[in-house]
Design a protein. Structure first.
Length: 248
């Protein structure tokens, strides 16, 4: 399966992998990769870098919204193979090392297996490496506050709830928000389309996930690039508030 690579703004590419998205930010000959798909998405990740005119060795850094396998899956491969630094929020660094795991359990999936889409999603997740052990051996916290000195100049925004150290990435100059799983536009286990939270079983602390929507609503932008689902065009504030209304 080939990844769907779409340029959504100057130097900004949203890539749809197998049920999970990642983002490539380009600037000159360098790139920033935000999230890395499942372990089984490796060939798609590498091909997507080439598709935007780059190469894996041109990735200045990997930024991870949160350390679930469908976002962290290829990070250690890139770190080991190309020496690419892997950055996360400081609260998410031990999660990436797998000192603990805040992820939906097999029991939770089984209890929700009657819901439409859950069984096909779970089969795909297992086949793609969703339950594999893929820690990052040497993850690093973001090196500075504010905009990072990386292609795209992304600004990390701590949005806890889905995991303790979940971070979105704001590109103020481009009006772009890379929201990870703090705000999505679709998911195989959801029956609705448009801005929303993931179903409750996926959040470590759902109340904090709902509260983090207010953090996102305070950001300027009109282009939402979620961890799951298609690009959403329109004010980020309205998207975040719509998701909050649906969650309450």
């Amino acid at each position: 399966m080939q990844a769907d690579v779409r340029q959504v703004a100057d130097g900004v590419h949203l890539v749809h992998g197998s049920n999970t998205n990642w983002v490539i930010l380009t600037e000159g000959d360098e790139m920033t990769l935000v999230d890395t798909g499942y372990p089984g998405d490796r060939e798609q990740v590498l091909a997507s870098l080439v598709a935007v005119g780059g190469a894996p060795e041109a990735v200045a850094a990997v930024l991870i919204t949160h350390a679930h396998n469908d976002h962290l899956g290829c990070a250690e491969y890139l770190r080991c193979t190309y020496g690419t630094p892997v950055y996360l929020h400081e609260a998410e660094v031990p999660h990436a090392r797998r000192e603990f795991l805040h992820q939906v359990t097999v029991g939770q999936v089984l209890r929700n297996s009657w819901r439409p889409g859950v069984l096909p999603w779970s089969v795909h997740a297992v086949r793609s490496g969703g339950t594999a052990h893929v820690p990052v051996a040497a993850p690093e916290p973001f090196p500075a506050a504010g905009a990072l000195d990386l292609p795209g100049r992304p600004v990390p925004v701590h949005t806890p709830g889905h995991t303790d150290g979940h971070a979105a990435f704001h590109l103020p100059h481009a009006g772009v928000l890379i929201s990870g799983d703090a705000l999505v536009s679709a998911h195989p286990t959801s029956r609705i389309q448009g801005p929303q939270l993931l179903p409750a079983m996926f959040h470590h602390e759902r109340a904090r996930a709902v509260a983090s929507l207010d953090i996102l609503a305070a950001l300027d932008g009109d282009l939402l690039l979620p961890g799951h689902g298609p690009v959403h065009r329109g004010p980020v504030r309205e998207a975040a508030l719509q998701a909050k209304e649906r969650a309450l």
